[in-house]
Design a protein around this ligand. Sequence first.
Ligand code: BGC
Length: 751
Amino acid sequence: MNVKDIVSRLTLQEKAALLSGSDFWHTEAVERLGLKSFMMCDGPNGLRKQVGEPDSLGVIDSISTVCYPTASALASSFDEEMMEELGQTLGDECVREDVSMLLGPGLNMKRSPVCGRNFEYYSEDPYLAGKLAAAFVRGVQSKGVLACPKHFAANNQEYRRMSGSSMVDERTLHEIYLTAFEMMVKESHPKSIMCSYNQLNGTFLSENKYMLTEVLKNKWGFDGFVVTDWGAGKDPVKGVEAGLDLVMPGPRKDHEEAIVAAVEAGNLDEAKVDKAVTNILDAFNWSLENAAKDAKPSDDDSRKRDYEVALRAAENSAVLLKNNRVLPIKKDKKVLFVGEFAKNPRNQGSGSSHINSAYVSNALECAKDRDVSFVRGYDLKDEKKNYILRQEAVEAAEDADVIVVFAGLPGSYESEGFDRKDINIPADQNKLINDLSMLDKKVVVVLHNGAPVAMPWIDKVDAVLDMFLSGDAVGEATVKILWGEVNPSGKLSETYPVKLSDNPSYLNFPGESGNPIYAEGIYIGYRYYEKKRMPVLFPFGHGLSYTEFEYMDLKIDKDDISEDETVTASVDVWNVGRYPGKEVVQLYVSDDASKASRPLKELKGFKKILLNPGEKKTVTFTLDKRSFAYYNDVLHDFHVESGDFTIMVGSSSKDIRLTTKIHVESKVEVPLDISLFTPVEDILGTKRGKEVLGPVIDEALKGQGEGAGDVMGEGADVMMRNMVMEMPLGGMASFGVATPEQLESIIQALK
Ligand code: BGC
């Protein structure tokens, strides 16, 4: 279709109508101009296409399809290729089902481990989340289907998500909460983006001009359309003014009328309405032109193929947290499976992402040709039965060589719409694991959880395999990993804290009246735990393998660069163990000395590679300005402080194997607004300040410390120097170092 032509022929009423949906899942059609209506559906861990009654909370059933691992599992794969393949698979399914836009991926940061929707989000690290989201979007859009990344932005809790205001400072916002969105927008060009329900610093995202227009569209070059989260539309005129394009769901006669009235009254420029309509139609037109036209509807064959993708994703995402030489289980061992989840695994979370799974594999069924018996261990609905079930488990364990306990979070513990109260699994499951670990047997715990859990029994069990909420193939993947047909290769995409109160957002989550102050600033996840040197249960990036990897020969092609140059780092990784296996090589950067407060380590590269025993590969990373930069709120941009940086390469954030140094020179000086209140040392930190004020200060300090020690004690010279350096420029007059007139001429010279 010719969008320009259509827009020129639409009436104002029709244009206003196009700015909200025709129903829960469709855009408006304009039949007289041959403009069809387009369908959008929830993802991202499967296609939730509703054909009957609609709802946004996954309560009413949708078409029967394949459920993939949820985002927190997928992120643990650290595998961009896999994410792209998954996106393609979902894109294909959308095309088969005549769906033009997939509502996902979700890439909000994990500020607290108890956000109810963390299972739908990737990470506490913006770089990891940004890279994975970009790969997923590329995959979906390669099929001519619009991706709709969500929820933009600072939507990091469920409590009062529709009304609360996230109070975030500028640096934290850009460096932590926007970076993943920025990377994803720049690297994958999504055709759409969903703004979140919440307010940011007092303005709803759907009316937030700074976020939607200045940052997203102007600064990052986003050229798709912005759609509201379902029901997040507020004042329609303010929305259009702010850069919002589509309000969902519809129909919203009231919005339509308000927009028409505002244009007619001269309160809203019709060109802005035209622009919003054009943004929406351009994106769907792109889909019309690029999606395959003759795709056959989904059937058993396509579902089988999709299940294979889900299986590979589940295998690739599982994280082996601990292993005292019990895994992989040897074929001749008698194994006891304990726990309801062995039979009915929790494969996904609840809410709008909930998929109507055609088939869910379970570990018990998949292990039927092995020497495995089963007891329930606990009842998820009726706690009164648990004492007896526990005794039964202890008795059944007599005969077993290895006990595998399937434990984790029931669906009622984590979901869209509410946050968790704590990070505990049900107390009866903890008791069960405890009792079984008292027997003289090997105990393995398999976890099903969308977010971190506490493990009070961690020192008593032999192994822990985290399967997360790993979609329909979860049971099959679990069995393959337990018996070593698949070597686990996932790494934690978020820190597992020892206890919830260790988390930096603890005192400000969910905030009074749902208005959280992000007081921890940039220090979320490992950025905080590392800086505080706090023990954690399992660190970011951690995950074991059945084989071992050695790291050798970390090299950089330049050791001194200017901020507009790139540097290539390379490292050799060698499989020195007995199994083929995949390793996630992680690269972190730290600023050795900086004026700005910086984390001790920040992830700036990762690569997943497959190595056979004895095989060695060279992994390379390209680092650019952003690898060394922080967000400077005077420049309103990312900035590198000149100096030395350490580049670290390793197998987790805690397991750094090799390091090297590089010097990076900045090309930008942060402007300083100089007045009588500006500290002397800040002025001396600028080139011009040093020239003008340097000689005055040198003169003032000359001989100042001499003799002072006699009256003021040891360290008097240091004290004098510090006093002068930290003093506001105006203070120099109070101490007779300079006259007010001299200070005024210094300020003039520095302007
Ligand atoms: C959720 C979105 C979802 C939408 C449509 C909302 O409640 O926050 O993630 O895409 O519903 O179901």
